[in-house]
Ligand binder design. Structure first.
Ligand SMILES: *[C@@H]1O[C@H](CO)[C@@H](O)[C@H](O)[C@H]1NC(C)=O
Ligand SMILES: *[C@@H]1O[C@H](CO)[C@@H](O)[C@H](O)[C@H]1NC(C)=O
Length: 458
């Protein structure tokens, strides 16, 4: 072989290597490479995106109006589940995972394969999910809990009223729910006609992608069934029960400091548990549980009512008598050692729960009066906010703000019977009467029934 031929072969080899390398480069997407720095991945992906794809990322549509085809057509960046668009009534974790993965696969099959964030519209835990507990928040269904709904909603509404200056209000992804097509059309029009600067869109999309990269969605976009067994498992219930113990606030304990009523004796011979809130899991959970405005009843999800928890806590020989609306004669004719009165609001959410009087609905107040007038009583309040209690505080021996404790009623019994001590403090001021409102700590007229940060310990 002559020198000339050797040169030819060498040149040929170099060309082969060069072509192979440039082909490999064409196949190589920097943004898909987890070894690349976050900033590099975002930049690489951004430069490949069309305006349609960018606006798609800014759109969060409701589950009920999207399909795999919609995902592919509009490049939707996120999907949301509201309580009434759950995959099925009492859906199992498998049903959730399958639904989320089906929609996710729609996004993955788009040109750039950007995964969606799947959001659950919830205020506490995954409370749309049947049998889920308050904690922990991520139960491995491929969904992310979504907060601050009100903020995004109101800004979104304002965008539709007058659009570009308001868009700087700090929202990147818009919870448009059912009207995703209108949103996309409008925002595209506004960007095309320079009412919304392209750099604002880029700014939003950058942050959305950043979250997706950090969550590891590009590497692991699909959920599997491996976590399904943890939904509502004992470990989660224990954690939720601990959360209940830490949030209850003891407002009064005994008519004098020397004679506290709590902790209650587990060895009492006969105790009364009164009012329907003691035996209603739906009331105990409040709004945003399984359904938007909440539900009533003990079979709405899995959990333990306060009444059941009390029965489990006391000595087996202690007689626990439950009466939803006991009258004075009933109380006097029984010899109760003490009474646990569980009263409060009925489930509500958002504006349907607005109240200008903030009173405890009947028969709560009359039950407090009849029971506490006849026997030593602890009143447990099931409410989403401070309510009017000043007229009854005198007659009540001990008063506990339990808020909406959720599925684990045992957390309440743990404190009432002294297995654990009260530690919770008020996260808001408890007013005397509604005409004081608004009243916040630091106001010149600050004259609360219980000040911000108040809470007795046992
Ligand atoms: C719960 O009980 C009510 C009334 O007994 C019944 O109508 C409802 O279907 C039950 N719900 C579930 C989830 O079992
Ligand atoms: C308090 O307001 C609620 C809600 O507006 C209403 O249903 C209720 O009747 C009112 N209660 C009293 C005692 O005025």
């Amino acid at each position: 072989m002559g020198v000339k031929n050797m040169w030819k072969i060498l040149v040929f080899l170099i060309m082969v290597i060069y072509c192979w390398a440039s082909m490999a480069e064409a196949e190589y997407f920097k943004y898909k490479d987890p070894k690349q720095r976050l900033g590099v991945r975002i930049k690489d992906l951004m430069k490949r995106m069309t305006i349609e794809e960018k606006i798609g990322q800014m759109t969060q549509a409701d589950r009920s109006v999207v399909s795999k085809e919609v995902m592919e057509k509009y490049f939707i960046g996120s999907i949301l589940n509201v309580p009434w668009t759950v995959p099925a009534k009492e859906a199992s974790p498998k049903t959730w995972v399958d639904m989320v993965n089906d929609l996710q696969s729609g996004s993955l099959s788009t040109r750039l394969g950007i995964p969606i964030i799947y959001g659950i519209d919830a205020v506490r835990g995954n409370n749309d999910v049947y049998k889920a507990t308050l904690f922990p928040h991520n139960v491995g269904l491929g969904v992310t809990r979504q907060d601050y709904k009100e903020i995004s909603l109101s800004v979104q509404e304002r965008v539709f009223l007058s659009s570009m200056d308001r868009m700087n209000a700090g929202i990147d992804m818009f919870m448009v729910g059912f009207t995703y097509e209108e949103f996309i059309t409008q925002l595209t029009y506004l960007v095309m006609n320079k009412f919304v600067p392209m750099r604002r869109v880029d700014d939003a999309v950058k942050r959305i992608l950043r979250v997706k990269f950090i969550m590891g969605l590009f590497e692991n976009p699909l959920a599997d069934y491996s976590m399904a067994k943890y939904l509502g498992c004992q470990e989660h219930r224990d954690l939720a029960r601990e959360a209940v113990r830490k949030t209850l606030v003891l407002l009064k304990n005994g008519k004098s400091l020397e004679k506290p009523l709590l902790p209650l004796s587990k060895k009492a011979s006969k105790i009364l548990v009164a009012e329907s809130h003691a035996d209603n899991l739906g009331y105990q959970c409040g709004g945003w549980t399984i359904e938007w405005q909440g539900l009533s009843g003990n079979n709405i999800t899995a959990g333990t009512t306060i009444l059941s928890a009390v029965k489990m806590a006391v000595n087996p020989r202690t007689q626990v008598v439950y009466n939803a609306n006991p009258n004075a004669d009933f109380i006097k004719s029984n010899k109760f050692d003490f009474a646990i009165v569980v009263v409060g609001e009925y489930p509500y959410a958002e504006y349907l729960g607005d109240s200008s009087n903030l009173t405890i609905p009947e028969p709560g107040p009359s039950t407090i009066k009849s029971v506490c007038g006849s026997v030593k009583c602890v009143v447990v309040l099931i409410t989403g906010r401070p309510v009017v209690v000043q007229p009854y505080v005198e007659t009540i021996d001990a008063l506990v703000a339990a808020w909406l404790p959720g599925t684990e009623g045992q957390g309440v019994a743990d404190l009432l019977f002294g297995d654990h001590g009260f530690t919770g403090k008020l996260a808001r001021t408890w007013f005397k009467s509604v005409d004081q409102l608004p009243m916040n700590v630091g106001d010149p007229h600050y004259d609360p029934l219980y000040p911000f940060g108040f809470g007795l310990t046992t």
